[in-house]
Each structure stands twice: as structure tokens, then as C-alpha cells.
Write a protein that binds this ligand. Structure first.
Ligand code: FES
Length: 172
């Protein structure tokens, strides 16, 4: 399960949504609106275009589809892969499963937090990394594991964390 706090990015990083953005999202909605179940495709497309689903778009989407904003918000909250706040270009997932835990996963998580200078669920101010934890990523034999930008790194140790993330702001 992904960290519940992952939507807690510092609010200062949220972009300003302009009238042009609103016009653009209306076009995105219009392109997909004729599908029989358009809400998810629209939300996915908006996230693809803006990197997240700006909350300012929720009333626009709801109105176009004849829904209440709370219904759109409810769907976004239900799907873990939909976000209403910006995320880092790379998501770092540290495994907290049993196999990884008994082989030092806790220390790896601590080191990753120190290197990125953020807590679980947060995104670095430069929007480079978002940190999450997962229950198991399915390669327990390589424990402890982390995933960075979709690539899995096994047999993690402090030196590897340093090599992979040591260049980051908090990694001194
Ligand atoms: S417990 Fe970490 S990969 Fe399975």
C-alpha cells in the first residue's frame, strides 16, 4: 500500500491555474466527454497534461459531466494513482515488507529520508523526488529493495543509497 501521506506536498509548490489552463482543460474534457464512462479517462488525461489534477479543475470537470464536485473528488480519492497535488519527476518507493524489513529496510528508509531531506509522502521542493513506502514489491529475494523512477534496486545498503541519491540536496 502506498504511503497515506503522499498527498502532503508543500502547498507552495502548487502551480497557479490560469484562465488558459481552464480553457485547455475544457478542451480536454470535450475531447473525451462522448465516451460512455468519461470521468476516469478525463482525470487521467488531465494528470498526464498537468502532472497532477489541479483542484481548481474539479468543478469544471463535474459541471461538464453533470456531477457534483464531491463525486469527482470521491473518485480521485479512491484511485491511488490519481493525485491532486504535484509529484516529483521520480517516485522513490522504499519497501517496508517483512523480507526487506528484516534485512535492514528500516535503515534504508532512514537514509533515503536523510538524503532527500523529506519524510514519507512528501516531495522535494525542486519536484525531483516523491518518497513513498510500499508493503512488498515482489522481489523479496533481493531484499532490501527500493524503486527509483520505476527501476528496482536490490540488496540495498548505505553505500548504494549514497551512490543513487547522494547527489541530492539533503545527501551531504
Ligand atoms: S518484502 Fe520487500 S520486496 Fe517483498
Amino acid at each position: 500500500m502506498q504511503g497515506e501521506g503522499r498527498k502532503n506536498l508543500m502547498m507552495s509548490e502548487q502551480r497557479i491555474i490560469t484562465r488558459n489552463d481552464q480553457e485547455q482543460v475544457r478542451k480536454t474534457i470535450a475531447d473525451l466527454q462522448d465516451q460512455s464512462w468519461p470521468l476516469i479517462p478525463i482525470l487521467e488525461k488531465v494528470q498526464e497534461e498537468w502532472g497532477y489534477i489541479p483542484p481548481e479543475f474539479i468543478p469544471t470537470i463535474a459541471q461538464a459531466l453533470g456531477l457534483f464536485p464531491s463525486q469527482v473528488q470521491g473518485v480521485i480519492s479512491f484511485y491511488a494513482q490519481l493525485y491532486t497535488e504535484p509529484r516529483g519527476r521520480k517516485v522513490v518507493r522504499v519497501c517496508r515488507g517483512t523480507a526487506c524489513h528484516v534485512r535492514g529496510g528500516k535503515t534504508i528508509l532512514k537514509l533515503v529520508k536523510r538524503h532527500l531531506d523529506i519524510e514519507e509522502g512528501q516531495t522535494t521542493p525542486d519536484l525531483e523526488y516523491t518518497l513513498e513506502t510500499v508493503a512488498c514489491i515482489g522481489v523479496c529475494a533481493l531484499a532490501p529493495n527500493i524503486v527509483i523512477g520505476g527501476k528496482t534496486y536490490g540488496h540495498m545498503n548505505p553505500k548504494k543509497v549514497e551512490q543513487l541519491l547522494g547527489h541530492t540536496k539533503g545527501g551531504g
